[in-house]
Design a protein around this ligand. Structure first.
Ligand SMILES: [Zn+2]
Length: 284
């Protein structure tokens, strides 16, 4: 099996009301961790890399190991570019074998965001590649009252509808209160906003910043219509923590084939639990 586009898997998830887990990978070890997890859970999988990881590992290396993993494990595998605001990098990834891309125009105005995303959609769709995008933060004032920072950053349902219609994207990342990285307190998720957007938008919805969010909140978000959950920090934490513990007990070990094993296993266990939380286990 070769890498596939995200269209079929995400629309299936939307129809059957579950989410596909998307994991950020950085090297061969993290790729193996999530592929083993998905294979054991009989789950489709989205491997994703940020532009930072492409700088670290190189686009061709990532494509090569992802293609190999797709054929070796025989499960539906999607290779996705996460959060990219550079159009040349996006086109390069599409040309070299990525099957899904996210255009991040969140720093742009609504109109500029639409223009940039449309350019990517035109290019990607010709090559059978799917496009995810998010709409920019709604900042500033409303009726002369300062909108709080929290409220202002959330996706406006009407904007979401217009954005999807005008860009022709395949999936929409929405801001409903989650954030990247670790949370200071408990995240405050606006489920009502999610419910409204789900009722208005007929393409798969994506939840970013799903690490460090309590399980019951993820389950609820999925039941309210999220179809892709992005996990990066939770895997990095598990991997790094296992490595540190290994070296504490084995300070003289120098063989990467030994010290990476517990790290791969720790990341794999986290990935398995996230797959079950998303509900994409036993969907292959
Ligand atoms: Zn994100």
């Amino acid at each position: 099996m070769s890498l596939i586009s995200s269209k079929e898997e995400l629309f299936k998830a939307m129809k059957e009301k579950y989410a596909v887990a998307a994991f950020n990978i950085h090297n061969l070890e993290t790729l193996k961790a999530v592929m083993q997890a998905a294979s054991e859970e009989k789950s489709p999988i989205i491997l994703q890399t940020t532009p930072g990881t492409l700088k670290h590992a190189g686009v061709k290396y990532i494509v090569a190991i992802a293609e190999n993993a797709a054929s070796e494990y025989g499960i539906p595998t999607i290779l996705h570019l996460d959060h990219c605001d550079n159009i040349e990098t996006i086109f390069k990834c599409i040309d070299l074998g990525y099957t899904s891309v996210m255009v991040d125009g969140s720093k742009l105005s609504f109109e500029q965001n639409v223009d940039m995303v449309k350019k990517v959609v035109d290019y990607a769709h010709k090559k059978g590649v799917q496009v995810e995008a998010e709409i920019g933060k709604v900042g500033g004032t409303e009726d002369d009252v300062m909108v709080s920072e929290y409220e202002a950053s959330l996706t406006d349902p009407d904007d979401a509808v217009e954005f999807v219609k005008r860009t022709g994207i395949d999936s929409l990342a929405i801001a409903i209160g989650t954030a990247h990285g670790m949370y200071k307190g408990k995240p405050k998720i606006d489920f009502e906003r999610l419910r409204v957007i789900r009722g208005l938008v007929d393409i798969p919805l994506v939840l970013h910043g799903a690490s460090d969010v309590p399980d019951e909140m993820i389950r609820k978000a999925v039941s309210y219509g999220i179809n892709k959950i992005n996990i990066a920090t939770d895997l990095k934490n598990a991997f790094g923590k296992a490595l540190k513990e290994f070296f504490k007990d084995n300070p003289d070990e120098y063989d990467p084939r030994k010290y990476f094993m517990p790290a791969i296993d720790a990341a794999k266990q986290v990935a398995k639990s996230k797959i079950k939380l998303a509900g994409c286990n036993n969907k292959v």
